[in-house]
Design a protein around this ligand. Structure first.
Ligand code: CBY
Length: 434
């Protein structure tokens, strides 16, 4: 073939190599960016810019380019100290998120981060997860959401992990993707991001492996995307409001795996924007999970060698107040029913709390009135308090047990620290297996 004839062909080939992803991302337009102000405010003004819980907030603010150089330097310096002092006690996923936040982009020259040391430690924590699975009927120390974060960080930061093992454990039929047989969209989305990173590193030749593993990983992504799309609601949310952001990221990076008519991204985005205008995402972690997708970013955009983008046009907003929709705790009292359920035994109490109280308040009141039956402990997480023990009985990931929260027989989609109770509610903490 003559060269002049080859040129259009080469052009066509190059065009077909441009990832379709570009056309599928439906980020918020420049004019609509002000709609994101409440989210950024929630994140910057909260205490969640401190401690290890800050990881997701930092990652999100840096990916979106919402910090100015001073804020970025200050928060990162603080965060490095936190990571250094807490590292041994961090779960694998917490350390993975910390690495993603620190290496989201290249910050000020003065700060040097020893990535290889952190990544090595993450490799060890990931190994311990796998070991626990081998010893305890396939149950990791934490969960698959965190294992996915581990693989994602190890993949992006050239850590050690076995591709065949990833292909084996991330099969979409694995029980760890499900809680009470219900597919966890959050977990599936994070797994798609991790598997996509692994797939890209194989195809770009960084990772020499058996093509069978590549085929398997490809198939896992396809099936996980199908499962995520099967959880699409009438108004376009994917799973629930808190899983939608990361599910959007998963769909952004895998547009070759579904048809245009299977997901109208604009519909999802517009529902999310409407929710923001009505005061949703008041928790910093919730805000952090939705923001990157609205900016057209994904966790695969993490790149420690590319310079941070500073001070986007709405970064000055940190002084503005977010819309306040938290129902004011008024002086009037309401009565609710509260029970602790263990197998078939139910202990019930009627407690009186201030109108506008959260579930945790009810638990505290019940404990005050009858500690023998209603004592409990909670641990602080990035989503607020997680109930760990009730009457001395402790939740345990190795045998998939936990204390489930319900209201009027329905499991809550918020934690004890944020669910606002109503007069007459039948509230329950139930000893459950997921
Ligand atoms: N993050 C994690 O390790 C958590 C991963 C996650 C999939 C998470 C949801 C999603 C996310 N984006 O962070 C998750 N939940 C898990 C894995 C779990 C299990 C925790 C134990 C384990 N294996 O590690 C478990 C036990 C199944 C679980 N979640 C329980 C609960 C209930 C907590 C009750 C309690 N004892 O306090 C609760 C309240 C459900 C219920 N009705 O009992 C619950 N989870 C909820 C509601 C949620 C959502 C929180 C939403 C909100 N606005 O508060 C959630 C975002 C999340 C946190 N769980 Co779980 C899911 C959702 O609705 N989209 C990594 C770490 C580094 O940050």
């Amino acid at each position: 073939m003559r060269q002049s004839h080859q040129l259009p062909l080469v052009g066509l080939l190059l065009f077909s190599l441009i990832p379709r992803q570009q056309c599928e991302i439906c980020k918020v337009s420049k004019e609509n960016k002000t709609a994101l102000k409440p989210l950024v405010h929630t994140m910057i003004s909260s205490n969640y810019t401190k401690g290890i819980q800050a990881a997701k907030v930092l990652l999100s603010l840096r990916l979106g380019g919402f910090l100015n150089q001073n804020q970025d330097q200050h928060l990162i310096e603080q965060f490095i100290l936190t990571v250094r002092s807490t590292e041994p006690s961090l779960t694998s996923g917490q350390l993975a998120l910390a690495i993603l936040a620190l290496g989201a982009c290249k910050g000020t020259d003065g700060i040097s981060i020893n990535y290889s040391e952190l990544v090595k430690k993450l490799g060890n924590k990931y190994k311990a997860e796998i070991k626990n699975m081998e010893d305890h009927d396939g149950n990791p120390l934490t969960n698959y959401y965190q294992l996915s974060l581990d693989v994602l960080a190890l993949c992006l930061f050239s850590g050690n992990y076995s591709v065949p093992k990833v292909a084996e454990i991330f099969k979409p039929g694995n029980k760890n993707y499900y809680f009470h047989k219900q597919f966890s969209v959050d977990t599936g989305a994070m797994a798609v991001l991790a598997l996509t990173c692994v797939k890209r590193s194989i195809t770009s030749g960084q990772n020499k492996i058996d093509t069978k593993d590549l085929d398997n990983i490809d198939n896992h992504i396809k099936l996980l995307i199908r499962k995520i799309l099967s959880q699409k609601t009438e108004n376009g949310l994917l799973g629930n409001i808190d899983s939608t952001g990361e599910a959007m990221q998963a769909l952004f990076v895998s547009s070759n795996y579904y048809n245009k008519n299977q997901w109208v991204c604009q519909k999802t985005r517009d529902t999310v924007l409407k929710e923001i205008s009505q005061g949703a995402f008041r928790m910093p972690t919730a805000a952090a999970q939705i923001l990157p997708a609205l900016m057209g970013k994904t966790y695969l955009n993490v790149n420690k060698d590319s310079s941070c983008v500073y001070g986007s046009d709405i970064s000055h907003i940190s002084t503005q107040k977010p819309i306040s929709v938290t129902p004011a705790v008024s002086a009037s009292q309401i009565k609710v029913n509260y029970s602790v359920v263990i197998n078939n035994a139910k202990d019930r109490i009627v407690v009186s709390v201030a109108n506008g109280s959260v579930f945790l308040k009810v638990m505290e009141q019940a404990q005050k009135e009858n500690a023998a039956l209603f004592s409990f402990t909670a641990e602080e997480t990035s989503w607020g308090p997680y109930i760990t023990t009730v009457r001395g009985i402790k939740a345990n990931t190795t045998n998939r047990t936990y204390w489930e929260l319900l209201s009027n027989g329905e499991p809550l989609s918020e934690g004890a620290g944020s669910y606002v109770v109503h007069a007459g509610d039948d509230l329950e903490v139930r000893w459950s297996t997921y």
